[in-house]
Design a protein around this ligand. Sequence first.
Ligand SMILES: C[S@@+](CC[C@H](N)C(=O)[O-])C[C@H]1O[C@@H](n2cnc3c(N)ncnc32)[C@H](O)[C@@H]1O
Length: 257
Amino acid sequence: MYDYLLGGVQNFEADREAARQLLQAFPDAADTARSNRLFLSRAVRTLAEDGICQFLDLGSGIPTQGNVHEIAQAIDPAIRVLYVDIDPVAVVASNQILMGNPACRAIEADFTHPHLILDALTAGDLSNVIDLDRPTALLYCSVLQLVSDDLIDSVVAPIRDRLVPGSALVISHPGTAVTDGYDESSLSSVAEVYRTKAAAEIVMRSDDQLAALFKGFTFMEPGLVSINEWRPELGEPDPYVSKSMPSPMRGAVAVRY
Ligand SMILES: C[S@@+](CC[C@H](N)C(=O)[O-])C[C@H]1O[C@@H](n2cnc3c(N)ncnc32)[C@H](O)[C@@H]1O
């Protein structure tokens, strides 16, 4: 669905039909997806320019325009990226575009089992991609809304708390700070599309709940905001620039000192 909304070609008719239903319930869905990718680009560029040399992208998705390794390696070709996704299509497509780029890799794994990901990073040759004893940028972009409130801390804390000083955490996430202004019926239609077409329950979170996910980290300016408001001057114009309401996605970049 996300790939189709971004204008990609790695999707099936069932994905397109689900995305069309989502667009009926929430006509901004494609702009929200595009805005999310633009936020991710600005965050990665900022962190690469600040000298972070390795990126761990959890729920990385199907490769699209402006992939993390392309943005980061344009600043420093030695930057290493590990993409992690539960979807084998995303992993195969990612490894295809990473051929000839030994500093980067994609693996199939479930980020809701963080201890398995930590084990994978310390065993075998993945430690050549991500060395957790060095500053690492951990990316959770548009993924944690798939995790229920009772699990969210146990999903995020193990990897977040393992990161050494100098590391960074990037999260984008649908937030009630904006969606509380939407009408109830369109929100429940969106939830219904995800429930019936993607077997997923979407959890919107308040700014307080999102801020708690950054425990131990300090926000970079401008803090936790609608993602189109995060350093917009660093990238190309966001689709929300001409809309009356900001993106429903809230996001921040934070650093461990
Ligand atoms: C909306 S896309 C976001 C892609 C990318 N992070 C971005 O911001 O553009 C969500 C991705 O998360 C992946 N995903 C969902 N649940 C996951 C899980 N438990 N473990 C790993 N990946 C997961 C999906 O397969 C999908 O590729």
